[in-house]
Design a protein around this ligand. Structure first.
Ligand code: S3P
Length: 174
């Protein structure tokens, strides 16, 4: 099963990188948030507000289970999908996992005006930075636990990153 799974914090570039990568290697691209939204007919923000984070996580588990059964796909996962042990096991066992890591200042810069990510809704930039730091500290060990490859996306453009990833998977996929 030659799947490519992209994991990492919100705004680390999973969707942008994943789309181009999939195109280059002729794989189908999926984004777990978009698939959840399609299934529910509601945005991630709406699901959070109606069902809370736990309702969203349940839907996320269902979609990860479903999508990881596919073959030859590139999947951009939601930043919190690795919180669930079963999701981590599925991602680890059903594909090659790329962790896109990004420094906090870059994440801040990319998410300042963001209204689509419910976990980042807050009053001040300082609060937002603290949320990102807390999420990162909690999640970084979980991302690294299942990562086959780790790429820092802070200083790379999307096309450069795709090139780097292609180089590392050259043997297996091309
Ligand atoms: C989340 C990340 C989001 C989305 C939801 C929760 C998280 O996906 O699943 O807002 O917990 O980090 P992206 O990583 O694609 O932004």
């Amino acid at each position: 099963m030659n799947n490519i799974f992209l994991i990492g914090m919100m705004a680390s570039g999973k969707t942008s990188v994943g789309k181009i990568l999939a195109q280059k290697i002729g794989y189908e691209f999926f984004d777990s948030d978009q698939e959840i939204e399609k299934r529910c007919g509601a945005t991630v923000a709406t699901i959070f507000s109606l069902e809370g984070e736990s309702g969203f996580r349940k839907r996320e588990c269902d979609i990860i289970e479903h999508l990881t059964q596919k073959k030859n796909i590139v999947l951009a996962t939601g930043g919190g999908s690795i919180l669930n042990l079963h999701n981590r096991i599925l991602l680890k066992n059903r594909g090659t996992v790329f962790y896109l890591t990004t420094d906090i200042d870059t994440l801040m810069y990319r998410t300042t005006q963001d209204k689509t990510r419910p976990l980042l809704v807050c009053n001040t930039q300082q609060e937002q930075k603290q949320i990102l730091v807390n999420l990162y500290q909690h999640r970084h060990p979980l991302y690294t636990e299942i990562a086959d490859y780790i790429f820092d996306t802070s200083n790379f453009g999307v096309n450069n990153l795709v090139k780097q990833i292609l180089l590392s998977i050259n043997q297996t996929y091309i």
